[in-house]
Each structure stands twice: as structure tokens, then as C-alpha cells.
Design a protein around this ligand. Structure first.
Ligand code: ZN
Length: 67
């Protein structure tokens, strides 16, 4: 990708990871409202959210794009 283009566009990988985090959060919150989920399910969603968040933070640190 030419430099002129990449400086205009934001980091695609960062966007993807951010989107994943939002999706996990939204789906988790939606399920919680829809019905009472078990403690196990809640822990599973918490785990997924933490994973998505740490992927995003790791990428920011490695890539230095920070959004
Ligand atoms: Zn990046």
C-alpha cells in the first residue's frame, strides 16, 4: 500500500479488533437481558470480552497505532 494511502486510512487490523470487542460486548449484554444466563455462561462471556480487549491492547502496543 502506498504511503500516502496508509497514512490516510486508519489501521484496518485495529478496526477489526475493535469491532470484535464491541460485538462480544453487545452480544453478551443482549443475552443477559434476554434471559438470565448461568454463572458459567456469564464467565464465558467475561472471558471472551477480556480476550478481545487484550488482543486490541496487545495490537496497539505492538503496532503503535492506538486507534
Ligand atoms: Zn494497528
Amino acid at each position: 500500500m502506498p504511503k500516502s494511502l496508509s497514512s490516510v486510512l486508519s489501521c484496518i487490523e485495529h478496526e477489526r479488533l475493535e469491532f470484535e470487542l464491541i460485538e462480544v460486548r453487545t452480544r453478551g449484554q443482549y443475552l443477559t437481558r434476554l434471559r438470565s444466563i448461568s454463572r458459567y455462561e456469564q464467565a464465558e462471556w467475561d472471558r471472551r470480552e477480556r480476550e478481545a480487549l487484550s488482543s486490541l491492547v496487545d495490537h496497539e502496543l505492538e503496532h503503535g497505532c492506538n486507534g
